[in-house]
Structures are given as structure tokens and as C-alpha cells.
Design a protein around this ligand. Structure first.
Ligand code: SAM
Ligand code: SF4
Length: 400
């Protein structure tokens, strides 16, 4: 069954490239070479063949000729959601192996599959021209890319981009915080799940708390507009860290968000149903100590429900993919390190833009393909429905 589905998506992928290249003035007949040289334009689900879910729940994705011919002025999906926010995972590699994100033995993408800096900037420019106003660099760990500062500099120079932000594990902020600010990164989210050194080593497997704390201090000194800690809560592991982490954020005048663990990929260390800490539990704890006032969101915001902590400059957020579905206001698309446009974090359907970039497709055709792909953005993720499809990608592929 798996190979049958893959075969049919392969044909559909060829249709994507054929159709999208029709209007390219530079290139009369580039399609055969494109297809012969590399993989088709559809998501790599077959890579996960050993995992039954990967194939059984894959949603076939294709773009038809009539859809390709129609290009609305901006990125609006079939549920009337306007896309303003692009999350670009610039590498799947990382110096940590967080339990909820990766397996212990990871196999990463071959380097030639990963988008080059020029490809990242080209794609970002197309998305900004289509109406994207905010880009988040993420990963894997974005700071393990040696060219990350120059990528940030080039992205922040794109006309029409209002905000360039980043999510990082903080391990290299000691040296990179200031260069990133100078390159135009305005805000940074730093993941921090615990202030207990042993627990940090256990949860991150290869991380070091002291280095990350030094990175956070460097970020504060570097002058980012805002810094937010991201904490994934796991029942029976770091729940007791909720209050110490809030105190840590308050002491430094920075923000904090608590995230419900999402079922991404097949990890073995945690039993996710058992490890969920609902955001309501966090809010109960916080409200017993502080007065919280909801912060009005802006159209470019992510999924956090944010609150001002009275009497402080700190904002506290909760991100509740499991207990509080936020899909009706989704304004986001994602790019994987190998250039796939992922339409929803909770689904596998995607469009291979790298294939199109590397076939020298012109900007108009690329933008048409992107706009057409929006027709396949699902209404919602299904993380909260145990009988529905699960996602086989690990979180480092799409970057949270
Ligand atoms: N390496 C960077 C970092 O850790 O901040 C950026 C990439 S990481 C995948 C982005 C965010 O996703 C982090 O805040 C991380 O804690 C979060 N994350 C990873 N796996 C998750 C999961 N299964 N559920 C919820 N959040 C997750
Ligand atoms: Fe690396 Fe971030 Fe995933 Fe941790 S959460 S393993 S730091 S990508």
C-alpha cells in the first residue's frame, strides 16, 4: 500500500513541476531534466517506510493545472486565513538531542539536500513578495549553521519584511547574540526546560545548562527587543520547574512561554499521553501568585496565549496545541531545511520547493506554485485526536 501511494504522488509531483514551468519564459523544456536528476516534488514520507503511520496516514498532495493558473494577490487559504508568518527551519542538525524532539541516534539530511544560504534568501524574498511580514529562523539548531549570521543579515534586508526572529537552544548565544542583533534579528526565543543542571543534561542529552544560561545573559546584554524562554513541560519531569523558571524570567525582565508537548515523530523516551501538562495547570499555578492580564495579539503573532504579569515587564504565554486548538487563527507556513513547504505542523502534506528552485524556475512560476499549494492547507491539526493521523516528522525538521 505504501509504495502504491508513493507512486501516485510521484506522478502528481511531476504534474506540479510540469504545470508550474509552463509560463517560464527562460526555459522551454526543463521538466525532464528536473525529474530525472532528483526526487519528485512530494513529501518524503516513503523515507519513513519502517513506520506504518508514515504511509497509512499520508495525505496525497497535488496541484492541478487550473489551480496553478489562478494567483490571488496574497496568501489566503481556503479557510480565509491570511498567511503573514513563515518559519524557516534552516538545518535539521543540532548540538542537543532533547528527549521530546529527537531520538538518541539521529540520521540527518545529507548536506547537499539542505538549502544553501542563497536558496533560503531567494525563497524568503518570494514569500515576502506574496505578503509574508515575519520570518522565524529555527531548526534543528539554527546557530549550528556557520553562515547563519550572514543569512540573517540578508533576510533582514528584504524589502517588506517587518520582523526577523529566531528560536534557539541558546548554546551559542554567548558568541552570536551580538552579531545576530547587528544582523537584524529583533527577538529571540531561547528554549529552557529546567534550571536544574542534572535534569537539563538528562532532558537535552548533550546540552549544558551553564552554557545556555551564559547565552541568555549574552542575549540580554546584546539588546534584542524581546527575549522569551520556551519551556516544554513534561509531567513527572520538569513540572516543579514552573515557578523557578517564572522567577528566573521575572528577575531578568524577559518573557516565558510554557508549551504542551506535541506528538511529533517516534521518540521512545516519553509516553506522550502520560507526559502532558495541560496549560490550564500552568495558569492555575501562576494565577495563585500573580495577576495576569491578557495581551492583545497582532496579526503576525504565533500561537501563544499571552498575559502581562502585573507589576512586571514580563509576559507569560501558554502554547496549548493539545488542549486549546488554535488552528482557526493560523497565519503560518513552514519551510523544512531541504526546501519543502509544509502547510501544517500537524500534517505530512508538503510541496518540494527545492526541486523547483534547482530547476531554475522563474519567480512568477514559483509564486504560483506556492499560492496554489495553499489550497491544501488543512483546516486544523489533529494532535488532540488519538485516532487521527500522527506526524512522522521529528520536530527538528519543521522547527516547532
Ligand atoms: N533548537 C532550537 C530550540 O530548541 O529552541 C529551535 C528548534 S526547536 C525544534 C523549536 C521549539 O520546539 C523549541 O522551543 C522546542 O522546545 C520545541 N519542541 C521540540 N519538540 C517539541 C515537541 N515534541 N512538542 C512541543 N514542543 C517541542
Ligand atoms: Fe535541538 Fe531544539 Fe530539538 Fe532540542 S528542541 S533537540 S535543541 S532542535
Amino acid at each position: 500500500m505504501g509504495s502504491k501511494i508513493h507512486q501516485s504522488t510521484h506522478k502528481l509531483a511531476i504534474a506540479v513541476v510540469n504545470d508550474a514551468s509552463i509560463d517560464c519564459p527562460k526555459n522551454e523544456d526543463k521538466t525532464p531534466a528536473t525529474i530525472a536528476n532528483s526526487r519528485p516534488g512530494i513529501t518524503d514520507v516513503v523515507k519513513f517506510n519502517q513506520c506504518k503511520l508514515g504511509i497509512a496516514y499520508y495525505l496525497p498532495f497535488f496541484v492541478t493545472l487550473p489551480t496553478m493558473k489562478y494567483q490571488p494577490p496574497s496568501l489566503v487559504d481556503t479557510f480565509d486565513r491570511r498567511i503573514r508568518y513563515l518559519r524557516m527551519s534552516v538545518t535539521d542538525r543540532c548540538d542537543f538531542r532533547c528527549q521530546y524532539c529527537m531520538t538518541e541516534e539521529m540520521r540527518f539530511l545529507p548536506r547537499k539536500s539542505v538549502l544553501s544560504a542563497a536558496e533560503i534568501v531567494r525563497l524568503a524574498t518570494l514569500f515576502v513578495e506574496l505578503g509574508v511580514e515575519k520570518i522565524r529562523l529555527t531548526g534543528g539548531e539554527p546557530l549550528v549553521r556557520p553562515d547563519i549570521v550572514s543569512i540573517a543579515r540578508d533576510l533582514s534586508a528584504i524589502d517588506g519584511l517587518n520582523e526577523l526572529v529566531m528560536t534557539t537552544n541558546g548554546s551559542q548565544l554567548s558568541t552570536l547574540a551580538k552579531p545576530l542583533v547587528d544582523a537584524g534579528v529583533s527577538r529571540v526565543n531561547v528554549s529552557l526546560d529546567t534550571l536544574c543542571s542534572d535534569q537539563f543534561s538528562e532532558l537535552s542529552r548533550t546540552g549544558n545548562l551553564t552554557t545556555v544560561l551564559a547565552g541568555i545573559d549574552a542575549a540580554i546584554a546584546a539588546g534584542f527587543k524581546r527575549i522569551r524562554l520556551n519551556t516544554v513541560l513534561l509531567s513527572g519531569q520538569n513540572e516543579a520547574q514552573i515557578e523557578p523558571l517564572i522567577n528566573f524570567a521575572l528577575d531578568r525582565g524577559i518573557d516565558i512561554a510554557f508549551i504542551e508537548e506535541m506528538p511529533m515523530g517516534h521518540i521512545t523516551q516519553t509516553d506522550r499521553e502520560l507526559s502532558l501538562v495541560p496549560s490550564s495547570q500552568v495558569l492555575d499555578i501562576v494565577k495563585s501568585r500573580f495577576t495576569l492580564t491578557p495581551v492583545a495579539g497582532s496579526p503576525n503573532d504565533g500561537p501563544a496565549r499571552r498575559y502581562a504579569v502585573e507589576g512586571t515587564g514580563t509576559e507569560l504565554g501558554v502554547i496549548s496545541p493539545i488542549t486549546h486548538n488554535f488552528c482557526d487563527s493560523c497565519n503560518r507556513l513552514r519551510i523544512t531545511p531541504d526546501g519543502r513547504l509544509v502547510l501544517c505542523l500537524g500534517h505530512e502534506n508538503s510541496l518540494d520547493l527545492r526541486q523547483m528552485l534547482r530547476s531554475d524556475m522563474d519567480a512568477t512560476s514559483l509564486k504560483r506554485a506556492i499560492v496554489a499549494a495553499l489550497a491544501y492547507k488543512p483546516e486544523r491539526h489533529v494532535f488532540d485526536q488519538p485516532d487521527e493521523p500522527q506526524v512522522v516528522r521529528l520536530m527538528n525538521v519543521t522547527g516547532g
